[in-house]
Structure formats: structure tokens, C-alpha cells
Ligand binder design. Structure first.
Ligand code: CP
Length: 300
């Protein structure tokens, strides 16, 4: 594995190896494993979890971090430098580059220009493979296995790169059942549905969140992505369409969990945080261990 650009790169065996390493690094920290190595974080879009968990992961393994948030404004992209030139230059300063960029395909473009590993931390509405890794790790940790689980994705599935990447991951496991819960205008794109059909994975689509509450093992709630809509009026048509309240959460089956890539706006009410079903903060924490394992793997 040289670069991490999309979830299709992984298979069950490489995922298990990565997750076993994540478990190990959580239990037995290795504070000098990446000493002498430097990670560049290059974020052209806002981030809290992805950037800070990658940076924390690098520091906890003894490595160093350089970087820029708001790279579109604070890097030389603002002067018209191409992404490829930026990457070639950072190759001289860093051993791994973590990039978030608004354009679909930007991470693949960066990888082509790079001698050092490039990690896609989100390319527009394309993919967010390391989020999918931590999502899958969370399901595996909670249930002990992924096969056979029913995952219901709820919300803005058209613009959500995390759901696209996670569906690719889930499709590697037999017996997984997927339900897409979204307004028809924000439904899952056909390339993902075609992929599921090709892999023989059972999936269905509905606009009704109620219909999955009693059966889903995982409700994967997502934010309506305001920044991807052409106007505020278009966004307001969908804002608040699917909200998990405590009363809704209490009607889920006993062992089911609620996940969310975060940040949330209004789609999970704060009172749900104390519900036995809530796992979104544990999910975000798992990102640290998975990203430690990923950096360790890429740099050894
Ligand atoms: N889940 C996720 O990508 O969060 P950030 O945008 O805060 O990185």
C-alpha cells in the first residue's frame, strides 16, 4: 500500500491486519515508532476530527507534523500554484501527506505527483476512505463481526462522501444488508448501487426512517451538507427532515447502535448522547487508533 485514495483498495485481509494493529497500538502505545518521520497535513476544507486525529496519531507515534489548514487561502494555492507542484514541493519536506480538497479526484491527482504516500482525507463528494476505515473498525469492535449486519444510512446520501466510502467497505462482507433512507433528491448515487448489485449485496431505498428502526443493527445518521447545495433555500427544503430524538432512539432494537461521522447539526438531538445506542463519540475516538495504524503501516 503506497497511497490511500479510495476504499476499493482494501480487502478483508488487509483490513483485519490494520485493525489488529490498531487494537495493539491502543493497548501498547509505541511512542517512538515513527520518530524521525514527518507528516504534512494539507487541508483545503474545514476539519476537526480528521486533521486533529491524524496529527495526534503522528505525535503519539513519535513523529512530527507540519501543515496548513485552510490551504486554499494560506498555502501558495492562493497565488495560483497547481496541486501537483504543491505536492512535489512537500515531497522534499515530509514522509507522508494527508490531504483534504474540495475536488473529486484531487487525492488521486496528488498521489500521481507524489513520491511519498498520499492519504485522501476527503475529496469533495468523492470519498473519505479513512473515515470508512474507522467506521468499519467501530462496527467490528461493537459486534465482533461485520458480516450479516443491517446498516441503514440516513440523510444526505447524495453529497456524503463518508457514506460512499463506507458502503464500499461493507460490500466486502457477506450477508450485509443495506438500507438507504433519504429524500429522492438526496438519494444514493447509481455508481454505488451498481457496485452493490455487482457484489450481490442486498439493498433497498426508502424515504421513511421509521421503517428501519426495529430492524437495523446500525443507524448511520448523516448531516444535510449545507455547503454542497446551490442555495440556502434548496438546503432549507431538506434541513430537519430526519431527526433522531431520544424517543426515536428508544424504539431501536436493544443492541443496535447509532453512528454519525460528525459534525452533527440538528439531526441527532443532544439528549440522545446519553442513550445506550449512541456510539458517535466512540466512533470519532476510534479514528485515532485506526489512523495510528495506517500511518505506522505506510511509514514502515
Ligand atoms: N468526519 C469528519 O470527516 O469530520 P471532520 O470534517 O471534522 O474531519
Amino acid at each position: 500500500m503506497k497511497h490511500v485514495v479510495e476504499t476499493q483498495q482494501f480487502d478483508q485481509e488487509s483490513l483485519e491486519t490494520l485493525f489488529t494493529l490498531a487494537d495493539r497500538l491502543q493497548e501498547s502505545p509505541e511512542p517512538t515508532a515513527l520518530s524521525g518521520k514527518t507528516m504534512a497535513s494539507l487541508f483545503y476544507e474545514p476539519s476537526t476530527r480528521t486533521r486533529l486525529s491524524f496529527e495526534s496519531a503522528m505525535v503519539k507515534l513519535g513523529g512530527a507534523v507540519i501543515g496548513t489548514e485552510n490551504a486554499g487561502e494560506f498555502s501558495s494555492a492562493a497565488k495560483g500554484e497547481t496541486l501537483e507542484d504543491t505536492i512535489r514541493v512537500i515531497n522534499g519536506y515530509a514522509d507522508v501527506i494527508v490531504i483534504r480538497h474540495p475536488e473529486v479526484g484531487s487525492a488521486a491527482k496528488a498521489a500521481l505527483a507524489s513520491e511519498v504516500p498520499v492519504v485522501n482525507a476527503g475529496d469533495g463528494i468523492g470519498q473519505h476512505p479513512t473515515q470508512a476505515l474507522l467506521d468499519l473498525y467501530t462496527v467490528r469492535k461493537e459486534f465482533g463481526e461485520v458480516s450479516g449486519k443491517h446498516v441503514a444510512f440516513v440523510g444526505d446520501l447524495k453529497n456524503g462522501r463518508t457514506v460512499r466510502s463506507f458502503v464500499y467497505m461493507l460490500s466486502k462482507y457477506p450477508g450485509v444488508k443495506i438500507t438507504f433512507v433519504a429524500p429522492s433528491e438526496l438519494g444514493m448515487a447509481s455508481d454505488i448501487k451498481d457496485h452493490l448489485t455487482e457484489k450481490g449485496i442486498s439493498f433497498s431505498e426508502t424515504e421513511d426512517m421509521e421503517s428501519v428502526l426495529k430492524d437495523a443493527d446500525v443507524i448511520y445518521q448523516t448531516r444535510i451538507q449545507k455547503e454542497r447545495f446551490p442555495s440556502k433555500d434548496e438546503y432549507l427544503k431538506f434541513k430537519g427532515r430526519y431527526v433522531i430524538t431520544r424517543e426515536v432512539a428508544d424504539r431501536m432494537k436493544e443492541e443496535a447502535i447509532i453512528m454519525h461521522p460528525l459534525p452533527r447539526v440538528d439531526e441527532i438531538e443532544p439528549e440522545v448522547d446519553a442513550s445506550p445506542h449512541a456510539r458517535y463519540f466512540e466512533q470519532a475516538r476510534n479514528g485515532l487508533y485506526v489512523r495510528m495504524a495506517l500511518l505506522y503501516t505506510l511509514l514502515h
